[in-house]
Design a protein around this ligand. Structure first.
Ligand code: S3P
Length: 183
């Protein structure tokens, strides 16, 4: 199986879903941000501070090309990965791209808790965060919209929900996908 790239806005559940789908399937999972952090011995916030966003995007592109040929792997991209260079075309030609669709409200509540790790959000208050989410999703939709598949990822709030959503993902995306590619 070619790699599966999970795409979508920050806080839409790419890492949670990807990790659980991979565990059920007994296949490797890569979180692109963590892959970068391990490679550079720095967290994403520090890389942004030292090299600016442009520097981070260049690194992100390079590691995407590195993992793009991996077999049987679930890859959770960063929220901005599809929106720079020709990353979206690269992913579409190297694997299956799945856009995780989350409601603005769910994304807001996840990001309110997790914004400190994310350099683009760290300094925003609640109103600014809501506005940022709305504007940025709209701006990024032309890129996310090029994904081959879409998958609703709102139900990831408890262990039970994560298990159910991961099973649904496997049935809808991976098993269907295998049938399609064998035909
Ligand atoms: C970013 C999303 C982050 C991380 C970086 C930039 C973005 O990943 O790559 O902070 O531009 O949307 P997550 O989507 O995993 O939070």
């Amino acid at each position: 199986m070619k790699p599966i790239f999970l795409l979508g806005f920050m806080g839409c559940g790419k890492s949670t879903l990807g990790r659980n789908v991979a565990a059920i399937m007994h296949i490797p999972f890569i979180d692109l941000d963590i892959f970068i952090e391990q490679r550079f011995h720095r967290n994403v916030r520090e890389i942004f501070a030292e090299r600016g966003e442009d520097g981070f995007r260049q690194i992100e592109r390079n590691v995407l090309h590195e993992v793009g040929d991996f077999e049987d792997t679930i890859i959770a991209c960063g929220g901005g990965t599809p929106c720079f260079f020709d990353n979206m075309d690269f992913m579409n030609s190297h694997g299956t791209t799945v856009f995780l669709v989350g409601s603005e409200e769910r994304i807001f509540s996840r990001l309110k808790r997790g914004k400190h790790k994310r350099p683009l959000l760290a300094n925003l208050n609640d109103d600014e965060l809501r506005l940022y989410i709305r504007q940025k999703i709209e701006e990024r939709m032309p890129f996310y919209g090029k994904a081959q598949r879409r998958f609703g990822s709102d139900r990831l709030d408890s262990e039970v929900q994560v298990g159910e959503t991961a099973s649904r993902f496997i049935n809808e995306i991976i098993l269907n996908n295998t049938i399609h590619s064998e035909q």
